[in-house]
Ligand binder design. Structure first.
Ligand code: SAM
Length: 295
């Protein structure tokens, strides 16, 4: 039985880091002008109401996307990401067409896009997507978001097990996001097993793995274990924004591990992370790390 629902956490600091990286990776891939497949092994519901009961319960977005929403001084990649979220907040007109975001206009922050919606905003219409989501009601909501799009498959299945069946793709270009909840400690081992198989089948794919910074040895070890799977190059970015609570618990930050990253990613993140850490810091020791082994 799955208890985790991403609606409680949508737009928090971890989503901001993850979706900043996702945006940059997809922009690079789209810029190459060759079709590719987007695979999301843990896709969530696709979009979240920030004024809804679940998001309001913990209101994590207030320490995340809300801190960037109306800032006029965002560096370019963060400005690009926030503008995507602003576009998602524009309601489609009676013909289903989303209006253009006018320069200088900031809509109220009411909605937060999940990773599949960010991919959809960035990729050309008709791009192939494979979206795994195990929770039945989130899978239904996700399917409603993408209803009728022929190239998009919403799979109410286990994304760890399902990834290998998508690889190698045709044509041989794909970006995969693996973003589990780590609700079960077994998820750490499943990430490694699933990634090992994915890289063995399709070594040239781009793979992004999100992980939480929590006091668990499995979380601390995950980046090192992923490094061992990525012979062709990797990038690891981690952002710490808060301290553990008095019992030593809490999500103090998060990381993204990217196998076969775009060569531009390191430089972009190095330019953006100082601003982001400063904007989202909840204590004086907030920090970030970027390390890379180029191809
Ligand atoms: C962190 S959320 C995903 C958020 C989403 N990727 C985003 O960025 O908007 C993790 C999701 O994985 C789902 N899930 C849990 N175990 C799964 C599994 N084995 N396969 C696919 N989905 C799973 C959960 O129901 C939850 O919606």
């Amino acid at each position: 039985m799955l208890a985790y629902r991403h609606a409680f956490h949508a737009g928090n600091h971890a989503d901001v880091l993850k979706h900043l990286v996702l945006t940059q990776v997809l922009r690079y891939m789209v810029g190459k002008d060759k079709p590719f497949r987007y695979i999301d092994t843990h896709a969530g519901a696709g979009g979240y109401l920030l004024k809804g009961a679940q998001a309001q319960k913990t209101a994590e977005y207030r320490e995340g996307i809300n801190q960037l929403w109306s800032r006029p001084d965002l560096p370019p990649a963060l400005a690009d990401f926030v503008q995507l979220v602003q576009t998602f907040n524009l309601q489609p007109d009676e013909n289903g067409v989303t209006p253009q975001l006018e320069k200088g206009m900031t809509p109220p922050l009411a909605l937060y896009p999940g990773s599949p919606s960010i991919a959809r905003l960035l990729m050309p219409r008709g791009s192939a997507m494979r979206l795994f989501e195990l929770h039945p009601s989130d899978a239904r909501t996700l399917a409603a978001h993408f209803g009728g799009e022929r190239q998009v498959q919403v799979l109410n299945e286990d994304g760890f097990a399902g990834l290998k069946g998508q690889l190698p793709p045709t044509p041989r270009r794909a970006v995969t996001l693996m973003d589990p909840s780590y609700e079960l400690v077994a998820d750490y081992g499943k990430v490694i097993a699933s990634m090992r198989e994915a890289v063995a089948r399709f070594a040239e794919g781009v793979y992004m793995v999100w992980y939480p910074q929590v006091s668990r040895v499995e979380a601390a070890q995950l980046p090192k274990r992923l490094m061992a799977l990525a012979p062709k190059g990797w990038l690891h970015v981690r952002m710490t924004v808060s301290q553990p609570d008095e019992r030593g618990f809490g999500l103090t930050g998060s990381g993204m591990f990217i196998i076969n990253p775009p060569y531009t990613l390191h430089q972009t993140l190095a330019a953006e992370l100082p601003f982001l850490v400063d904007a989202l810091a909840q204590f004086d020791g907030a920090s970030y790390l970027i390390e890379e082994q180029p191809a």
